[in-house]
Design a protein around this ligand. Structure first.
Ligand code: TYD
Length: 157
C-alpha cells in the first residue's frame, strides 16, 4: 500500500456523528485500493470507512437507458453508494440546497446522511450500483412523497 492510500484510509475514520438533513454532510469517501498485476481490490468496513455499522447491502443493475431510481428520502437510514461498475449520477436535495455527484469508480463511495431526498439517474448501460445501509429494509423509514418530506424538514427547522 502506498502512502497516499494509507492517508486516505486514515481520513476514512469518521467520527460517529450523524449530521442529518444537510447536503454538506453527504460526501465522497475514498476507499482503500490494493492494486497489483492481478487487478484491484477495495473494501469497506462499517464504523471505519463509513460512520455506521453495515446492516444491509443491496444492488441495482440491468438499468434501462433513461431510467431513474430513488425519488425518496430516509428518516434515519444512512447509506454509502458505490458505482461498482459503470457510472451514474446522484442528485441530492435537503429542501434548501442541491448537490449532484457523478460516481464512476468502485473505490469511491458517496455517504448519504438521513433526511436527504435523492434521485439516481444517467446510468450507463453497464452500471451496477451497490448500496450499503445502516439498517435492515423498513418501508416506514421512507418518505416517498416529496410534499410529506418537505413538511417534515420544515417542522425540524
Ligand atoms: P425501490 O425503493 O423502488 O428502489 P429504488 O430506491 O432503487 O428506486 O425498491 C424496489 C422494491 O424493492 C420495493 O418494493 C421495496 C423492495 N426493497 C426491499 O425489499 N429491500 C430492500 O432492501 C430495498 C432497497 C428494496
Amino acid at each position: 500500500m502506498n502512502e497516499s492510500t494509507a492517508k486516505s484510509i486514515s481520513h476514512g475514520r469518521i467520527a460517529n456523528e450523524i449530521e442529518a438533513g444537510s447536503v454538506d454532510a453527504c460526501r465522497l469517501i475514498r476507499l482503500p485500493v490494493f492494486e497489483d498485476s492481478r487487478g484491484a481490490l477495495s473494501f469497506v468496513e462499517g464504523g471505519r470507512h463509513v460512520p455506521f455499522e453495515i446492516a444491509r447491502a443491496y444492488f441495482l443493475y440491468g438499468i434501462p437507458d433513461g431510467a431513474k431510481r430513488g425519488a425518496h428520502a430516509h428518516k434515519a437510514l444512512q447509506q454509502l453508494v458505490i458505482a461498482i461498475a459503470g457510472s451514474f449520477e446522484v442528485a441530492m436535495d435537503d429542501g434548501r440546497r442541491q448537490k449532484v455527484v457523478r460516481l464512476d469508480s468502485p473505490s469511491v463511495g458517496l455517504y448519504i446522511c438521513p433526511m436527504i431526498w435523492r434521485d439516481l439517474l444517467a446510468f450507463s448501460r453497464d452500471a451496477v450500483c451497490l448500496v450499503l445501509a445502516s439498517e435492515p429494509y423498513d418501508e416506514a423509514d421512507y418518505f416517498r412523497c416529496r410534499d410529506e418530506y418537505l413538511a417534515a424538514i420544515k417542522e425540524r427547522r
